[in-house]
Design a protein around this ligand. Structure first.
Ligand SMILES: Nc1[nH]c(=O)nc2c1ncn2[C@H]1C[C@H](O)[C@@H](COP(=O)(O)OP(=O)(O)OP(=O)(O)O)O1
Length: 185
């Protein structure tokens, strides 16, 4: 019998602004000040609002949390990560991740995030979600994928991780948000 979910995963986005510097590429992350994941260093992002596209949500969240402004069409859809929290199913999230190669403005702290640039080769993985060590550097190295992250009972450790590279087979039962992934549709 098919498993029926009690709740629908929350649809969220993450943004990865990228900047060239004399010492190499850097990405913008930030210390989350409140809400889900507070105290961790995370990428800017959040929930997709009703009627909003993933791309539109990414641009809005980036502006709200960091002050950076980007044009929606310049964002590059790079991965989807399905976060599953068996110990707290209401926290399940389907996350679309965008690279942000061009933007204007300077990052500034918000109530949500204290942003800072990090070298791609020296990510602050000890202060991030444990699972991000499994997928973030691969994404920044150019891989494109869907990944499934199942958290442990503590809602922090990684119980299971699997990855499916584009354009191979999709993760079964993942809700469709293919509109942002033209190479898949
Ligand atoms: N295991 C995990 N690893 C990771 O790297 N990021 C995760 C994660 N689980 C959730 N996230 C991210 C995805 C999403 O962008 C974010 C949570 O969404 P929000 O920032 O919107 O949550 P908040 O509780 O702050 O809500 P609001 O402030 O009400 O929007 O956490």
């Amino acid at each position: 019998m098919a498993h029926r979910r009690a709740t629908t995963p929350v649809q969220v986005v993450l943004c990865l602004p990228i900047q060239e510097s004399p010492s190499g590429e850097k990405i913008l992350l930030g210390l989350k000040q409140r809400g889900f994941g507070a105290g961790r260093i995370v990428a800017p992002g959040g929930k997709i609002e009703a009627g909003e596209s993933p791309r539109g949500a990414a641009v809005r969240e980036l502006a709200e949390e960091t002050g950076l402004l980007a044009e929606p069409e310049t964002l590059q859809a790079a991965a989807r990560v399905y976060f599953r929290f068996p110990g707290q199913p209401a926290a399940d999230m389907d996350c679309t991740i965008f690279l942000v190669p061009s933007f204007s403005g300077e990052p500034a702290a918000s109530e949500e995030l204290i942003p800072a640039w990090y070298p791609v080769g020296a990510l602050p993985v000890q202060k991030m979600w444990e699972d991000s060590a499994l997928w973030l550097s691969r994404l920044l190295a150019g891989e494109r994928f869907d990944a499934l992250v199942v958290l442990g009972a503590d809602n922090e450790s990684v119980a299971r991780f699997s990855m499916i590279g584009w354009p191979e087979k999709r993760i079964p039962a993942a809700p469709a948000t293919e509109a942002d992934f033209p190479d898949l549709t």
